[in-house]
Design a protein. Structure first.
Lengths: 528, 303
């Protein structure tokens, strides 16, 4: 049975041991304290309770998963050394021998099972349970071998297990500490927990018994500084070595100043203006295409984003597995004449006040947006509103606080034609976005198909790609899906986020990661 | 005294009712916010039930009041931590900040006000009045940032933010105190000016009492009643201002906790924080009322 299944599937893949090649350019220095300022305190340091960045930034350095995603978005071994696909719903992992948790508990298959049982079968389940698709749990084979089981064939399994929130927790610590574990987690990572003073700081220190390359700094202090201006001043006075969420307005000056380094890379979040394709007038594809032609996306990038974002080349960001360039610049160049022509084909003619009309109806769209949830979300909404006006489309923008916007777009009915949103492909696998956002059965509150997009061909393709464990085949299927969506756009993709961190130039060896949550500090060192 | 304290109970019940009702009508939902963009419908429903959010408003209200009466403030939704522990972490910082600001406001405000009253329409009086106009009109977050730029960035005398030592307290306390200094200075000036025109002051001077004693024993003591009333009101203001000051200076107090709770719609934590603020306000007013009697024996203890 096993050999037959294996033959049908990809077969054995050995990940190999992690070999880190240290560039001998700079002599690395040991020691020192790295002080990081960021806007908010964590919700919790337990991935079961916290999937947002303020907590993830800290616990990602203390807790490790079976796999991890490197800065080039490739899956790499962490606590697992190799894997073998046993059946469409079962993957077997060999675990790294001799690893101990910070409290001395040995890391083994039982700890893996404990971590997944706690997260998936707990009441309530872990906050990341909904991110993990059809992940069912872990079964112990022997001390250093574990089977990861899914409810149905689940193509994105490896990238899911490599997510930042999949860190293994010490079973003894969890049992001993109970609810307090969330404030002082115990994992296997290069740093271990020292202290958390609510709304002040979290301190972690170097783990001298780490199984891999040990951290270079002695301590890391994560300080909370809510005010953006104050964060930047802290960097300049030397109160901070590194600023997360730096002020975009100050980046040009920092880039020129040799005392500072601005670390940046393309992120994996796409910010877009969504179109409700399930009701008139946006159910007409020509109207949607006209709106894409009406928007000067380059002007938005240059004048509003000012270098703090990259162009959106489709509904996915380039680092995501399965991404295909939709060639939006070629398909939907900024062209007001074409926009008007397409509207004309759809039966919309200029009315007395310049707004297009059809059968006595004005082309007026209600638009829901938040301000401050994503970089410049309010500003881009207003810019596009003005651009629409140039082609005779009226947009009535309603800017509300994020909590209010979120509740409405998550609801079963959406009483707006448009909405400004951002979407991050958390596990870096196209399934995560193409399935939840474009499958016709994924309309809220089930999924995130806020556009009410429905195409049976797309449904079939994303289902097939989810069930396949052949990554080459999956990539091809996702390419087809994106080709179809490109022709029937239900979004106006505006930009891809950039991950930006500002640091003092004395902070060396730091590599910024496209996934905001994956803040790796073990290779970072301080040049005094 | 006891009766006054008991009167606080309906006040607090009312405060909780209004706060809970407001949160209930606020758009936005704690569970969907907490589980984030990617939560499934089932996960949301399960957590709602777990938190008892599926029950009607009145049931939740009575439930909450009942639990608070037994000394249980519940667990925060976001952190799943006892609210009492969260509040215990935060309130000393806010107390420290507001008391420091109140001391600065009282000392600086009364000194400036008395000086203005003693030398009315002098250069000092003019400057003090201009200064208090400035202090009253400038929003706290702006003054705070200006002080950071001057004292942290340019002069490098004081830390940008955070808590820990006395030196960390200087900038936030001064920032928070400024509007109150202005208010108190203006009130003191007019109260002292009024008293200085009274017959008993003229009598005292005629008796040959020195000017300092006239001010300290006769004028200021009598002018103090309206100033004290203002101080009571100002401490409420200071607690409100702490929300902004704590944000600008990364001060780990109740104000920040409250802002965080509001954005996360963590209603259990928010209710707890509001309760503490309301209780503090009630107590301050009680102290103010009682000290009237100490200052002026004619004011009896009918309360």
């Amino acid at each position: 049975m096993r050999s037959r299944v294996s033959r049908m599937l990809i077969g054995l893949l050995v990940l190999g041991l992690a070999v880190t090649l240290v560039p001998p350019v700079d002599a690395q220095k040991r020691g020192g304290t790295l002080t990081i300022v960021r806007p908010t305190d964590p919700v919790s340091l337990d991935p079961n309770l916290e999937t947002t960045a303020p907590g993830a930034w800290v616990y990602f350095n203390m807790l490790e998963g079976l796999l991890t995603l490197d800065e080039k978005m490739q899956v790499k071994p962490a606590l697992a050394t190799s894997y073998e696909v046993m059946s469409p719903t079962k993957v077997r992992f060999k675990l790294r021998p001799g690893v101990k948790f910070h409290d001395g508990t040995p890391f083994n298959a039982a700890a893996v099972k404990f971590t997944f049982d706690r997260a998936l079968k707990g009441s309530p389940p872990a906050r990341w349970a909904s991110l993990a698709g059809s992940l069912e749990g872990a079964e112990v084979v022997d001390d250093l071998t574990v089977d990861i089981v899914t409810r149905e064939p689940y193509g994105p399994i490896l990238r899911t297990l490599a997510m930042y929130c999949m860190g293994m927790v010490s079973p003894t610590a969890v049992q001993k500490m109970g609810a307090d574990f969330s404030r002082a987690p115990v994992g296997t990572g290069p740093f271990k927990f020292v202290e958390w003073k609510t709304n002040t700081h979290v301190i972690i220190e170097r783990n001298p018994d780490y199984w891999g390359d040990k951290a270079l700094v002695d301590r890391v202090i994560f300080k909370v500084v809510p005010e953006e201006g104050a964060r930047m001043i802290a960097l300049q006075t030397g109160d901070a070595d590194m600023v997360l969420f730096p002020s975009p307005a100050q980046l040009p000056a920092l880039r020129k100043d040799p005392k500072f380094t601005v670390h940046e890379t393309t992120g994996i979040r796409v910010v877009f203006a969504g179109l409700h394709a399930g009701q008139p007038p946006l159910d007409d594809v020509r109207v949607r295409q006209a709106l894409l032609h009406a928007v000067d996306r380059k002007a938005i990038l240059d004048n509003i984003m000012e270098g703090s974002a990259g162009p959106a080349r489709g509904v996915l960001a380039p680092g995501v597995f399965g991404y295909k360039d939709m060639q939006l610049e070629r398909l939907y160049p900024f062209d007001r004449a074409r926009a008007k022509a397409l509207l004309g084909q759809a039966g919309w003619m200029p009315g007395p006040d310049g707004v297009m009309t059809k059968g006595g109806q004005r082309l007026s769209l209600s638009w829901l947006a938040a301000r401050g949830r994503y970089p410049k979300d309010g500003e881009i909404t207003e810019a596009i509103q003005a651009m629409f006006k140039e082609v005779g489309v009226e947009a009535k923008v309603q800017i509300l606080e994020w909590a209010a916007v979120f509740q409405q777009v998550r609801g079963a009915t959406l009483n707006h034609h448009m909405f400004t949103l951002g979407w991050v492909t958390s596990n870096a696998d196209a399934d995560y976005s193409l399935y939840a956002l474009f499958h016709s059965k994924q309309v809220p509150p089930t999924g995130w198909n806020t556009s009410r997009y429905a195409n049976p061909k797309v449904d079939a393709l994303v289902e097939q790609a989810r069930r396949s464990l052949n990554q080459t085949e999956r990539e091809k299927l996702y390419g087809e899906v994106q080709d179809i969506i490109a022709k029937e756009m239900v979004w106006i993709p505006v930009y891809t986020t950039k991950e930006i961190i500002a640091a003092r130039a004395a902070v060396k060896g730091f590599n910024i990661h496209p996934v905001e949550y994956n803040l790796t500090l073990s290779k970072t060192w301080l040049e005094k | 005294m006891i009766r006054r304290l008991l009167l606080a109970v309906p006040v607090l019940l009312g405060v909780v009712f209004v706060v809970m009702l407001t949160i209930d009508y606020l758009p936005g939902d704690a569970v969907t916010l907490m589980l984030g963009e990617h939560a499934t419908k089932d996960a949301v429903a399960k957590l709602r039930e777990h938190l008892g959010l599926d029950k009607p408003f009145l049931v939740r209200y009575l439930d909450y009041v009942g639990r608070v009466a037994r000394g249980d403030l519940g667990r925060s939704i976001q952190q799943n931590r006892p609210v009492a522990a969260e509040l215990a972490d935060a309130w000393p910082a806010t107390l420290e900040l507001t008391v420091a600001a109140l001391v600065i406001a009282t000392v600086a405000g009364i000194a400036a006000g008395v000086a203005s009253a003693v030398w009315p329409n002098s250069l000092f009086d003019g400057l003090a009045r201009l200064g208090s106009l400035f202090g009253l009109s400038m929003p706290i977050f702006w003054t705070g940032l200006v002080l950071i730029v001057v004292f942290s960035l340019w002069l490098n005398w004081l830390p940008v933010g955070g808590a820990g030592s006395l030196i960390h307290l200087v900038l936030p306390a001064v920032t928070l105190a400024l509007p109150s200094v202005a208010m108190i200075a203006r009130m003191t000036r007019s109260a002292v000016l009024d008293v200085l025109r009274e017959d008993y002051v003229r009598t005292a001077r005629a008796k040959g009492v020195g000017e300092f004693l006239v001010l300290a024993r006769h004028a200021l003591r009598n002018a103090f009643i309206p100033i004290l009333t203002l101080l009571g009101l100002q401490s409420g203001q200071l607690m409100g201002g702490a929300v902004l000051t704590e944000t600008v200076f990364a001060w780990p107090g109740l104000g920040r906790l409250m802002v965080k709770a509001i954005f996360a719609r963590d209603y259990i934590l928010l209710q707890g924080a509001v309760l503490v603020f309301a209780l503090a306000f009630v107590i301050i007013n009680l102290i103010v009322d009682l000290s009237y009697g100490l200052l002026d024996p004619r004011i009896g203890r009918q309360g």
